[in-house]
Design a protein around this ligand. Structure first.
Ligand code: ZN
Length: 340
């Protein structure tokens, strides 16, 4: 079975026009954000192309979450961010209800510089206990570059970590919207995901306080696997004799998980060798910009399964772990659905 742990569903464009209408006005009108109802038929027509794309590459099951740009996290009006997040989670839930054999939901969190992580807890409970979601996506930079969010090793994030552990669900750390053109999407996502990972690996207190916390760094761990050697040098240089929580960098690296949203065999091999097969989960981010056909191979760049199948040193057990087994271990609620 092929379980794709990294995918987004957009839904109908009218949903975003509706959100935009409210975010562009201030005063009482901006508080009147009602639920935007989407008929099953209309939602079905909007995801037809998505289903076709995942069929083409042999994906059996996808963990789906709202698009990273969908929630205006830098927005300071808390009710708007909260209402938009809830409606996007509802849209994801509706997709799962329409195709329970193909989709499983991941929740988005209401995040903003104006919202505390504690403000996300109610929605986290709703997502898991009412909507049946199996995990979450966390934006490590809700200020979109314009507010210095605490690093993910900071106890600012502890309420969310406590809730993740309590619900026994993992979270995918994934960049969100961005406002500064000096750092376009390609760089921004990987940069913020790397910043989050470095912070978590540099803060052993997080793992002492939450030994069962499960966090996945999206897009192949950002730049982390590629910078492994330099990270070891920093760690060894920084060792103090009185630091009882010090550990080799390679152990810190393996406290986190990584997905395979990389689109290149050499990059995938590097990540799998550095991080370990048992820490890597299959993810394709399909459909998205990687759906473009690679002129060198004639296949879509985000046909990641074919790239993993071509890695000569992986055996069948390794491939089964990457494609399915690791996801089932990390997402225990994945195994509770009858058709899964
Ligand atoms: Zn993504």
């Amino acid at each position: 079975m092929i379980i794709d742990t990294h995918a987004h569903i957009t839904g109908p464009s009218e949903l975003y026009e509706y959100f935009r209408g409210f975010t562009n006005v201030s005063g009482p009108a901006a508080r009147a954000l009602h639920h935007f109802a989407i008929s099953d038929d209309y939602l079905e027509s909007s995801i037809e192309g998505h289903l076709k794309e995942i069929d083409e590459v042999g994906t059996d099951l996808q963990l789906i979450v709202a698009r990273p740009w969908a929630i205006p996290t830098a927005e300071r009006r808390r009710p708007l961010v909260t209402a938009i997040t809830e409606q996007l989670n509802d849209m994801i839930s509706q997709c799962v209800r329409l195709h329970p054999d193909r989709f499983i939901g991941l929740g988005s969190l209401p995040q903003s510089p104006s919202l505390s992580p504690k403000d996300a807890l109610e929605e986290m409970d709703r997502c898991v206990n009412e909507l049946g979601f199996v995990g979450f996506k966390i934006n490590p930079d809700p200020g979109e570059g314009g507010w210095e969010a605490p690093g993910m090793g900071n106890d600012y994030w502890y309420p969310i970590y406590e809730k993740l552990v309590e619900l026994d669900v993992p979270a995918l750390i994934h960049g969100g919207p961005f406002r500064f053109s000096r750092e376009p999407e390609l760089g921004y996502f990987c940069q913020e995901e790397s910043v989050a990972g470095w912070s978590l690996m540099a803060t052993p207190e997080v793992w002492r306080d939450f030994p069962r916390l499960k966090l996945i760094i999206g897009h192949g761990g950002g730049y982390i696997p590629y910078q492994y050697g330099r990270a070891r040098a920093f760690r060894i240089n920084g060792r103090r004799s009185d630091d009882t929580l010090w550990e080799p960098f390679e152990e810190s690296l393996r406290r986190l998980y990584y997905d395979t949203v990389l689109f290149d065999q050499d990059a995938l091999e590097l990540m799998l060798k550095i991080c370990g097969v048992d820490r890597c989960l299959f993810g394709s981010d399909r459909p998205a910009n990687g759906s473009i056909v690679d002129p060198r191979t004639g296949r879509a760049l985000n046909d990641v399964k074919s790239l993993i199948e071509a890695i000569p040193w992986l055996d069948d057990q390794d491939r089964r772990a990457i494609f399915e087994g690791n996801a089932r271990l990390l997402y225990p609620r994945l195994n509770s659905g009858a058709s899964r």
